[in-house]
Design a protein around this ligand. Structure first.
Ligand code: 2M8
Length: 422
């Protein structure tokens, strides 16, 4: 093992809570959904059985309607460690939420899980134990993808509707600015943010006004008892998220490969293939020839979200390397101002770009991992590893100076490092 892979493995070991992994030691002391998928890819190179356990733990908190919650809370972590805690979420307002324990949030996040399981399967070289566990997970995976393709897309547009910026994973992205600006914040109980106690520089985190909006949206979701049809009728924030949808497409392609491993019936395969076709068509329909990007669709504003961010490259993640999009991608990563040729979360040419602020400019290694996986472009891997050698396992990185930002020892950064080195 190289020195860097030993250090990455040590980060996973330090965040390992026994069968699941904290997203970060202080800032995120619970299990996050898409973090867990990346983390499992990292574990696959150390211990494939432990990798599957990461996802089994997450799926044990799945809701009855198939939704996979975006946070599964550690029952023994001090409640003051992270806000909003389970008492704010009140997930059991929904009849679909599991009876605690486990306590969960009421949102979901991009479905990287089948992509992770495909990776684990390839790494473990056909282990019978992993095959048996994949067979047991199959109905849950299918229910998760069904929930997204159907309950989150009643229009059958092929694009997933998100109810909250936290569902995108790119919480503070300018993609959500206009939709959030229309949300009128009502009376909120007093609350205390914990994130700014862990990350001392408030310039790296969302503002208090952003947090009021985030929490108000959660209040509205609770009032709707997290019921999808009610939310889709009444909620002020409804956006078709192209990056989320592209990950679902990639995950459906992975699921088709896993269908062979588990011996799934043809009816399952036909369903998955139908979702995948719809997603590819849905993404193609969001193409903006002027920006040469694929754009989210704001349902309440009835308008495409004309922002230059990493999400504009969503079709690449879904396996569609349209030449104009690829050319735009190459031009963004070869911007001479960048310290490394990697994708900034928001383009320096977007008026909302802020180089150190959460999802408004910095580089996220897992985002580059998704592009690298789709394009097989070794330059992305080499540049990412150089960045990590310099910055450590930072949550995110200033794109021009290479300054490490956010949390140190972020589990998913260590996990993709292990995959890149393998
Ligand atoms: C960030 O999100 C959480 C809310 O879910 C937060 O800011 O408290 C995002 O970067 C998200 O994508 C990530 O999954 C999570 C944990 O790493 O942190």
């Amino acid at each position: 093992m190289s020195d860097l892979s030993e250090r990455a493995a040590a980060v996973l070991a330090r965040n390992d809570a026994g069968g699941w992994t904290k997203a970060a030691p202080e800032l995120y002391p619970h299990q996050w959904s898409w973090d867990a998928a990346f983390v499992a890819i990292g574990w696959a190179h150390l211990d494939p059985a432990r990798a599957v356990a990461e996802l089994e733990h997450l799926f044990s908190a799945q809701w009855a309607n198939g939704k996979l919650p975006h946070i599964v809370f550690d029952p023994v972590a001090p409640p003051a460690g992270y806000f909003p805690d389970p008492s704010w979420w009140r997930a059991t307002l929904s009849p679909d939420a599991p009876a605690p324990p486990p306590e969960t949030s009421g949102l979901c996040q991009p479905p990287v899980h089948a992509v992770a399981l495909q990776r684990i399967w390839r790494v473990c070289a056909g282990s019978p134990d992993v095959a048996a566990r994949l067979r047991r997970l199959w109905p849950r995976l299918l229910a998760w993808h069904r929930y997204l393709a159907e309950d989150r897309d009643p229009e059958r547009s092929g694009l997933v509707t998100i109810y909250h910026p936290w569902e995108s994973g790119a919480d503070n992205s300018p993609r959500w600015d206009d939709a959030l600006a229309r949300v009128e914040v009502g009376p909120l109980p007093p609350y205390r943010r914990r994130d700014t106690e862990h990350v001392a520089d408030p310039g790296q985190r969302p503002t208090d006004a952003d947090y009021d909006r985030y929490l108000w949206l959660v209040e509205l979701l609770k009032r709707a008892r997290y019921d999808d049809p009610s939310i889709q009728r009444e909620h002020p924030f409804l956006v078709k998220d192209v990056f989320f949808s592209a990950i679902l497409a990639a995950a459906n392609a992975a699921l088709l490969e896993l269908a062979d491993v588990v011996g799934a019936p043809d009816a399952d395969r036909a369903r998955i293939a139908g979702w995948l076709d719809a997603e590819r068509r849905g993404l193609a329909g969001q193409w903006d020839p002027e920006l040469s990007l694929c754009l989210d669709q704001d349902l309440r504003g009835a308008t495409p979200v004309r922002r230059r961010t990493f999400a504009g490259f969503a079709p690449l993640v879904a396996g569609d390397a349209e030449p104009a999009l690829l050319a735009e991608f190459r031009s963004v990563v070869s911007d001479h101002r960048l310290r490394w040729p990697l994708v900034p979360s928001t383009s320096p040419d977007d008026p909302a770009f802020e180089s150190r602020k959460y999802w408004r400019g910095p580089v996220w290694p897992v985002v580059d991992w998704l592009f690298w996986r789709a394009l097989g472009d070794d330059a992305l891997r080499t540049a990412s590893l150089e960045q990590i050698r310099t910055c450590g396992f930072a949550e995110y990185v200033e794109p021009f100076t290479g300054e490490p930002l956010g949390s140190p020892d972020q589990a998913w950064t260590a996990a993709v490092t292990l995959d890149w080195l393998a």
